[in-house]
Each structure stands twice: as C-alpha cells, then as structure tokens.
Design a protein around this ligand. Sequence first.
Ligand code: HPA
Length: 278
Amino acid sequence: MHNPEQIWQELQEAAGYIQDRIQDTPEVALILGSALGPLAEEIEDPIKIAYKDVPHMLLSTAPGHAGQFVFGRLAGKRVVAMSGRFHYYEGYEFEALAQPVRLLKLLGVETLVLTNAAGCVRTDWQANDIMVISDHIKFMGASPLRGANIPQLGVRFPDTTEMYTPRLRELALETAEELGQSETTRQGVYFFMPGPQYETPAEIRAVRTLGGDAVGMSTVTEAITAAQCGLPVLGLSLLTNMAAGLSEMTLSEEEVSKSGEESGARMAALLKGILAKL
Ligand code: HPA
C-alpha cells in the first residue's frame, strides 16, 4: 500500500502535468457516467488530456467511457469533464478510487457534479426519470479514505451529513421546474452496489427496505472523497431502468445504454441549466 507522502507527491505531479497544458482553472468538474458521455462533445474550445498521459493516473476500462479530461467552457462556465470514470468492478481497490476527485481538488475546482445511470427502486417512479441524489448508502466494501490520512486533503473522520450539498440540490430542482421537467425529476437516496452483475430481485427488495430509491455501481467513492476535501457535490442519476424484479424486462448493458441515450438529452439540458446558474 502507498504511504501518504507518496500519494500526495503523485497527486501533485499529476496536477502539475495538467496545469502545464491548460489555460484557466476550471470552476466546475463534471464526472460523466454512461448516460451523459456525449455532453463532453459540447464543451467549447476543448483541451483534451488522456488519462494515460497523466503521470500516476488510473486507467479507465469500462465501455462507453472515453478515458480523458476535457477542459473548456460549457453553459458559460469554465469546466473540466472527466469523460470516463473509475469503478470498483473494474478491479480497483476502493482506496484507489479517491484519486480522481483529489486531483480535481488540486486543480482548483470549486464544485463537483457527479452523474450516473442507475436502476429505479421505487415503484411510484418510472424508468427515465432523473433523480437528484439527496444522500447515499454504501454498506459494502472499504472507504476510499481507508489507510493513513493525508492531512492536506482533510480530516481523518469527515462529516458526511451534507455530502450532497443542499444548496445545489435546491438549484437542481428549481432548474428542473423552469425547464418543465418537474414531473420526471425526483430526489432520493442512491444505494451503492459493487457489481458488475446487476442485482437480484431479492437484493432490490432489501435495498428498498433499507431506504434506497435508486441503485448503482459508481459515484459514492467520489462523493465521500469530495466530502473529505471540502468540495461541494451535486449528484444526478438517470434512472435508465426499473431495478431487477420490478419490471418484465431483463437487465442488459444494451438496454441501459439505449434508455440513457433517449433521456440523456433531457439530463444534459438540466445540467447545462444548472451550470448557467452556478
Ligand atoms: N443496477 C445497478 N446499476 C445500474 C442499474 C441497475 O439496475 N442500471 C444502471 N446502472
């Protein structure tokens, strides 16, 4: 396992490499899940930096994830999009998954937007609804903050009461209303499952009993890391499918991506509306 001095040193080398290649400090970072990948193409005056060129950076293997940073402007804001994120199911240890958000913090980002595709656990909601994440449940596996603490990045035992920043959630709901998306925009709890297999129907019943409204395989490590280093977070889930056992459909990556394409445009409009008001 790496020691904290080494992790800190590597993060600074990675940040230095990137800073030498960009003009301005980004205000907002967007980690784009499978549902919102195409949004990176809309970034104006893009400067693209492949993860594989950044010293010490993790490499992305998931399908539909390009594996690059895109710096530029979107909805009038200076942004950096991570086109391609890192998931536990790819084989990374939870502790390794803290890296991207720490790097974004070192780059000077002030707001972190996390997007994902997730399964809908509530029978009073529908596939293709968007969920503003109010909170999460991560019962399985280690914390991304496990191991010796890196004091430059925050305290040993961070508070997570307002991990999904209330002001940003309100802004998201307000924007949804202005865009006429109120009926399809929800707010709720994201329940992390490690994957890569989709859940069983019995697991989904358990998730519901435990308080989950949506279920997915990403996002929580990023939100936890952001909470530690004091980065405000907005989480948006596109509920691409009813979770296992809640519809006749069997789950497949094709179904999830197809649904993501159809409603991804609505989520992209919402996200741009939110960005414009930040
Ligand atoms: N479960 C877990 N992750 C997901 C799902 C799901 O049903 N849909 C999209 N990502």
